[in-house]
Design a protein around this ligand. Structure first.
Ligand code: SF4
Length: 399
């Protein structure tokens, strides 16, 4: 749902402010529902383990979000066990949260970012701290599992503010907390303010301290880290997100939505979507990004009209990707994946692991797994890079 009431100052996602969008969220939603219906009729959505309605800001739809949730919940042979709706606090009213729960949602992911009203205004967020805490409480009362996203590295937030905000969202009832460092992208309002010297951000060391303090605070409150940025109470991990990191195929619908499908599923999709290119027999996994603009989604009568960017991965690249995704998780690389990497990637894999053990970024555990060390979380790109390099010249861009 690539629409927001207004663009946040740091936003680099595929989303449009409603006032500047080429179509309305309601028309887009109707198009999405037709696409869901079309894919379902073709037999692609028979069994949904999880679903995620994200954005943008799905809650800009107001009460009609309920219809989309109900449509998703009734698409497969049974409602998905986990159905998350993303929402921003200013539009996540208690009434809407109750309605989406009644329609089949099990979880809500709220963009909180900070609980300092001055900082929220500075980064272009439209809600206050009070609204954010109210939305978490409202979700909890509605029977939804509330997840809160917070940011590290925000201007003016040094000195333990993030840890205090974490305590507040936990006290309000959040059962899942994600903490992301603020990223500055050129072309955003924040990027311009930083490059013109109008805004000074905390330095890397200060952000690292903030992230470490955040992790300690979460663990003291019974949250365990299960992925680089994700912490949860027992039973509150996101099954949907775990799917992304464990090679589970997924289909994304809508502008900018990503899909990951194995060869057989890609070939089945190609039978119905003429814009999908033929792929060399050596490619085994495909990553698709829907590039149909919102107006095309709003007009679409069926999946055959969708346009995609497509990347193909060989078996070797898919394995390197699995390794890279595995080290996002605290469980790391399990014995089976490790054995498969040894067999198919050979000595480059052995050398990469040896180097990462020497650098103390990976730790070998007794159960045969290789897990990221405590210090790896702050330099994770080094870890990901070393594993992704095992598949040079990949992925292959198809269209
Ligand atoms: S709510 Fe999210 S998608 Fe929308 S403008 Fe802000 S950061 Fe971007």
């Amino acid at each position: 749902m690539p629409f927001c009431r207004a663009r946040c100052a740091y936003c680099d996602f595929t989303s449009w402010a409603i006032s500047r969008a080429e179509t309305t969220p309601a028309a887009y939603e109707a198009g999405l529902e037709r696409l869901l219906g079309g894919l379902s009729e073709l037999g692609f959505l028979g069994h949904l383990e999880t679903a995620y309605i994200g954005g943008g800001t799905p809650s800009v739809l107001g009460q009609s979000l309920t219809e989309l949730v109900a449509r998703v919940a009734s698409t497969g042979d049974a409602p998905p066990e986990e159905l998350t709706v993303e929402a921003n606090p200013e539009s996540a009213t208690a009434e809407l949260l109750r309605a989406v729960h009644a329609a089949g949602a099990t979880r809500v992911s709220l963009g909180v970012q900070s609980l300092d009203d001055g900082v929220l205004a500075l980064i272009g967020r439209l809600h206050t701290a009070e609204q954010a805490l109210g939305a978490i409480q409202g979700a909890s009362r509605a029977g939804l599992a509330p997840a809160a996203d917070l940011m590290a590295g925000l201007p003016g937030e040094e000195g333990g503010a993030l840890a205090r905000h974490i305590e507040c969202v936990i006290a309000a009832g959040a059962t899942h907390v994600s903490v992301y460092p603020l990223e500055v992208h050129g072309g955003t309002a924040l990027g311009r303010a930083v490059s013109q010297g109008k805004l000074v951000l905390p330095d890397e060391d200060a952000v690292a301290d903030e992230l470490e303090e955040a992790a300690r605070t979460l663990e003291e409150h019974g949250f365990h880290r299960y992925e680089i940025a994700s912490f949860a109470r027992r039973q509150a991990q996101s099954a949907h997100n775990i799917g992304y990191w464990t090679g589970t195929p997924y289909l994304g619908l809508g502008t900018g939505a990503a899909s990951m499908v194995p060869r057989a599923l890609y070939e089945r999709l190609r039978e119905h979507i003429p814009s999908l290119p033929e792929a060399a027999a050596s490619l085994e996994r495909f990553r698709l990004t829907c590039v149909s603009p919102p107006a095309a989604i709003a007009r679409a009568e069926g999946p055959c009209e969708l346009a995609f960017e497509v990347e193909g991965l060989s078996a070797r690249a898919a394995l390197a990707e699995d390794l890279m995704l595995a080290v996002r998780r605290t469980r790391g690389i399990g014995p089976e994946l490790s054995a498969s990497a040894r067999e198919h990637l050979g000595s480059p894999y052995e050398r990469a692991v040896e180097r990462l053990l020497d650098l103390e970024l990976l730790e070998a555990h007794q159960d045969g797994s290789l897990r990221p060390s405590a210090s790896a979380w702050l330099v994770s790109n080094e870890l990901f890079g070393a594993l992704w390099e095992l598949a040079p010249d990949e992925p292959v861009n198809l269209a």
